[in-house]
Write a protein that binds this ligand. Sequence first.
Ligand code: AMP
Length: 302
Amino acid sequence: MSLLVVGSVAFDALESPYGKVDRALGGAATYFAVAASFFTPVNLVGIVGEDFTEEDAEIFRGRRIDTAGLERAAGKTFFWAGRYSENLNERVTLATELNVFAEFKPRLPENYRSAKYIFLANIAPDLQRDVLQQVNGKPKLAALDTMNYWIERSNAELRETLKHVDILMINDSETRQLSNEHNLLRAAKHIFKMGPSTLVVKRGECGAMLVDKRGVFCVPAFPLEEPHDPTGAGDSFAGGFMGHLAACGNKSDASLRRAMVYGSVLGSFAVEKFGLDRLRHLKRGEIYARARHFAKLTQFKL
Ligand code: AMP
């Protein structure tokens, strides 16, 4: 079952205690599409500028990623710069330049409109809604990511978009900011009133938590000795999570739990190297081996 994603394709400038790059290919939709394509075909909707080269586009080739929905426009590609703290747990945004995204009007190619699995990656909430409205019929599963930038600048638009999605997938500080609740379980109750029936909270090295009406499920983050760059970990998590659900075609409790593990697996690979360097060379076998490792990590007898 193919999976539709809309979001940023970007150039990132990244600084962590492990190094610095001035122009790494990134963007939420890029990380998501690469991660999800290990599980299922992906249709990508986004925009790039004239500075996006054939070499940059190589990341999508040889994978199950359809880029007919990736528009090219006059101007520069979205640019984001961030710096991580010593322990990699905090980051500051140094620059967000929307560039071609400022005027972006997503237009879904005809064959994307029957999408049943949709991921609205972190972009302006009215663009996310615009994409949902172009899909024919009701999708089986629509999930959305956002960030402080949109929670602060486009709160009303975000709330309107949230009415139309099933899963909200954000990090812990965004969960607190959006709900005005410190406690994540109480925050989930607030968020359920906004529209989504499932909340997935990404918690960095503390793992991830899924809350729905059936209860709570938690997975740890894979313990790594040398994480290098957390950029894109959340989007890669989302790619593993949604990719698995689209591939298995149902949203049973068991599938959601496995999706949480595949999300954590892809997120853990993303942080091992700078930018997309680790995902670029990842093999399916490594994904399944690490998923088995997760099972061992969390298995115990009572
Ligand atoms: P993550 O580390 O999972 O939060 O995602 C990082 C990616 O999100 C980077 O590659 C950025 O290019 C992209 N990004 C950062 N800020 C924004 C924004 N305001 N809108 C869309 N994408 C963004």
